[in-house]
Each structure stands twice: as C-alpha cells, then as structure tokens.
Design a protein around this ligand. Structure first.
Ligand code: BES
Ligand code: MN
Ligand code: ZN
Length: 515
C-alpha cells in the first residue's frame, strides 16, 4: 500500500526518486504553457525556464499529459514529472479539485516502480491537499495479487517483472502542523484505501471471491474496524424467507449470503442504510449471457464492494452517524437446480415475483435486502448496483444514474457526487413503465418493457422500499469497471465508483445537512 506523508522539506531539499509539478494551458495574453503554483522552487532550479523547457519537449498542459525530464543539479531528485492540469483557472480562482485529483493520479501511475516521489502541485487549501493526496493514492493502485509468482521454468532467483506501485507520496507545500491539512490528509488516506479495497474485491476472480468468501472478508474487516457484522447463511436465509436471494443463488454450488455491517456512533442522530448488489459472478443463469457479455461479470458485486468500503471508511473517520451496510451476495449460475424463467419466488417482503429472465437477478437480491433494511426504519436508504446494460446505453461508461422516490434526495445525491468528482445524472421513475411488469401469475414480474430498462429496474426496486423512507438507487453498471486504458486516477478494472459519493453522503448526514 502506498504511504502518504506531509513533508516539511521544500522541493529543493527533498530526497526522492522524482518531483511532480503541475502545468496548465494559459489563456489570453499568457497563452502557452504555465507552471502551476507549488513548483516555484523547481522552476528556480531550471533558472526560471521550466515552462520553456517543457514547451520545447512538446508539453501543452493538457489534462492527463505526463512529461518526464531529467532534474537539474540544484534538486535532490533525478527526475521531474510535469502533469497537465488543463486550462489555467480564472484569476483569483483555485484549480479544480477534480483536475488536481486526476493530475496526481496520472503522475502516480507514471511512477510505478519508484519508492518515493514529492508532489509539488497547487495545494493552497486543505481541500486541495486532500484532492492531491486522494488522486495520488488512487492513481498508484495496481492489482498484482495474481501476477509474478514462482515460475518453475524461470532461472533460479529470477525476479518477477511486475512493477510495484509507488511506495510513498510526499505532499510538499502543505502545512503539516495545520489541523485542517492533517485532517484532509487523514481523510484522503482512509477514503483512498477503502476505494482500493473495493477495487481489490472487484478485481478478485470469481473462483476466489464468492458469497461465502466475500462475507469472510467483511467479517474480518468488521473486527479490525469496530463494525458489527452479521452473516445470514443459506440456512438462515431459508428460515427468514429470503426468496429473492435464494432464488438467484440456488443454481450455484456457492450459496448466497446476506451480510449486515453496522457502524454506530454513540452520539449519532441519524441512520443511513446502504444496500449493495453483490453478484459475485453473473452468468445470466438459465437466461445465459452469450460470449462477449460475461467476461467482465465478476464486476457484478461492485455495488456491495462500494457499500462495504463506505461503511469501513465511515468507521475509520469516526463519523457521527450510524451507517448500516447490507451486502446482498449470490452467484448467478445455470444448473439443474437453477431458477427457471417462469418460476415464482416468494420474496422476503411477502410479495411474489415471476422470474421471466434469470439475468435480471440484481433486482431480486436487492429487493430482499431493501425490505430487510427498511424494517430498521433508517432515515434514508441508498442502494448501489451494476444493475442494467440499459443504463450504460443511456449514460455511457463513466456516469452513473441516480433514481429516487424523493426528488430532493435525488438532487442531493447528484450534487454530492459532483462535489467529490464522480459523474452522475438524475433519472426519472416514470409510473407508466410499471404496467410492463404486471404478471398474470405473480404480484410482479422481474422484467418489463425493454425501452427504459434502467428505469424499469428502478421501479421494481421502489416496490420493496418501506413506506415513508427516502430512498435513492445508483445504477453504476457503466463506471464500475473500466475496460479502456487507464486515465487520471482510474485504473483498468474495478474503479470503486460511488464510494466517494457514499462517504460524503454519510458526512453530510452526520453534519445534519440533509433532511
Ligand atoms: N449485471 C447485469 C447488468 C450489467 C450489464 C452490468 C453490463 C455491467 C455491465 C444485469 O444483471 C443484467 O444482466 N441486466 C439485464 C437485465 C435484463 C435481462 C432485463 C440487462 O441489462 O440486459
Ligand atoms: Mn444479470
Ligand atoms: Zn447482474
């Protein structure tokens, strides 16, 4: 794990493998490349010609651009890395926190294999320092658990070629003794480490991560962080009548689990319930997915991973709010025991559901968990799920959809996401789409009209939320798993989408800012 330090030494005296500076695109009279604040000492070591040198090398300051150059003799590092921050901000305005996060992430990624780097990016405010720290720790992430082991055919003592993540991020130009800076750094470490924990779980192959093993990870983390964890195994689910979880999980040799994580604060006035879709592998079941649609379906537990990470982060930050996490874990597989299209499930709520498509399984496990969460009468419920391909078609690969039974709550979530640098968009729950789920046999079917499929899924979930409880549904099917080239602080694979939104929501709830 990458360490974070608030360094007291200046850029000129820091001994490290590299120094990271920010550069931006100038505007108006000052067009061309501009060196961002924080890099003054580095620029001085270049005799004030850092911008000119970088321009000669073709740098423009564009977001995501990384330029490496050898350091001049005045510095105690061999390499300087210039990262683009995009457009220079308007006069008297600070750099956008998300631009800082992404730049720090790109730099940290480029520093794979290094031990220590000093980050001399603009960090005038504690918030900006937190953003740089968060971006660097997230960008440094690498999933290497399954690489570089012993190879019987390799010569004895041969080292694995896998490069380790950057070892230490030293933040320069901050105020290490200032309370706000220290708090921002500690928050960044907790949040980034928990996001990286979620990424690890998402990236873990489904032959190793299944409901039982996921529950064991949650139990262990609960012990470590003072969170009460209860696991309902198959027997307990049968006894409790959790037909949704059981119906989805019955085709697999790995039985389903419902995990409850309870973080409580003695002075909490509000309780937030978070519910996560935890399909550890989604083959589609009897309505089997075709090849080309199942290769990344280990990511179908990203909602549960995000909820888990958010509860642990809330505990690590000691937030004055109760946060309960519900992980609805099952593996969706076809077999002689699997649920058939046409089967009717008796849900935990008492409702019956006709399963018309076993690939619409997420809503079934979530329905049981939402009902169970509602029984405890929390002040609000947020569920997170890689729920529909339709949401990916609607919003693309980087934006999650937000639906809710309360417009103000939906707006709050969207604004909170924006504030923490996560792209989201409010989506409606049109009542006319409900009739498509009418079933001749059961109370409701698990499928409706194809058009607006993401909203249909949201409408289904809504029926399993307790009366009078504010509820929001985040469909993260697009951003949960990144298949393209890494960018900013976003790696290939599991991203940890929505963790930052959930943590900020918990902070806002603790502060009494919501409802
Ligand atoms: N896990 C999938 C949704 C998904 C798709 C997540 C792409 C991530 C990337 C979900 O269980 C699913 O299969 N949904 C179906 C629902 C349909 C059968 C009503 C879908 O979206 O096609
Ligand atoms: Mn599915
Ligand atoms: Zn699924």
């Amino acid at each position: 794990m990458t360490a974070l330090t608030l360094s007291t030494s200046g850029a000129a005296t820091l001994r490290a493998d590299a120094l990271v500076v920010g550069v931006a695109k100038g505007t108006g009279a000052k067009s061309g490349l501009v060196v961002a604040p924080g890099a003054e000492a580095v620029d001085k070591a270049f005799d004030g010609k850092l911008a000119a040198v970088l321009e000669t090398l073709g740098a423009s300051g564009a977001e995501g651009e990384v330029t490496k150059l050898p350091a001049p003799s005045g510095l105690k590092v061999p390499v300087v890395i210039a990262v683009g921050l995009g457009q220079v901000p308007a006069k008297d305005e600070a750099y956008d926190a998300e631009a800082l996060r992404r730049a720090a992430g790109s730099a940290a990624r480029a520093l794979k294999g290094s031990k220590k780097a000093g980050f001399a990016l603009p960090t005038e405010s504690a918030e900006d320092a937190g953003a740089v720290a968060e971006g660097a720790l997230l960008g440094a992430y690498a999933f290497t658990a399954y690489q570089g082991g012993e190879d019987k055919l390799a010569p004895k003592g041969a080292k694995s070629p896998a490069k380790l993540p950057l070892g230490e991020v030293a933040l320069l130009g901050t105020k290490p003794r200032d309370k706000a800076f220290k708090a921002a750094a500690e928050r960044a470490v907790a949040v980034a480490e928990e996001i990286n924990r979620a990424r690890d779980l998402i990236n873990t192959p489904p032959n190793d991560l299944y409901p039982e093993s996921f529950a064991a990870v949650a139990t262990a983390a609960g012990k470590e962080h003072g969170i009460k964890v209860q696991v309902l195994d198959e027997k307990a689910l049968v006894k409790g009548g959790y037909g949704g979880l059981l119906g989805v999980g019955q085709g697999s040799t790995h039985g389903p689990r419902l995990v409850k994580l309870a973080y409580t604060h003695p002075k909490a006035e509000k309780t937030l319930a978070l519910v996560g879709k935890g399909i550890t592998y989604d083959s589609g079941g009897i309505s089997l997915k075709p090849a080309g649609h199942n290769e990344t379906m280990k990511c179908d537990m990203s909602g549960a991973a995000a909820v888990f990470a958010a509860v642990v982060a809330a505990s690590r930050l000691g937030l004055q709010v109760n946060v309960t996490g519900w992980l609805a874990l099952a593996e969706n597989m076809p077999s002689g025991n699997a649920t058939r299209p046409g089967d009717v499930l008796h849900m935990y709520s008492g409702k019956t559901v006709e399963v018309l498509n076993t690939d619409a399984e997420g809503r079934l496990v979530l329905a049981d968990a939402l009902t169970r969460a509602s029984e405890e009468k929390p002040d609000a419920i947020v569920d997170v799920a890689t729920l529909t391909g339709a949401m990916v078609l609607a919003l693309g690969n980087r934006t999650f959809g937000v639906m809710a039974n309360d417009d103000a709550f939906r707006t709050s979530i969207h604004e909170i996401a924006e504030e923490v640098g996560e792209a989201s968009w409010p989506m409606p729950l049109p009542a006319d789409l409900r009739k498509g789920m009418d079933s001749p046999t059961a109370d409701i079917a698990n499928m409706g009209e194809r058009m607006g499929g993401g909203l249909v899924a949201g409408l289904f979930l809504k029926e399993f939320v307790g009366e009078g409880i504010a509820w929001a549904h985040l469909d993260i099917a697009g951003p949960a798993f990144h298949e393209g080239a890494p960018y900013g602080y976003t790696p290939k694979g599991g991203t940890g989408s929505s963790v930052r939104t959930l943590v900020r929501l918990a902070e806002r709830t603790a502060a009494g800012d919501l409802g």
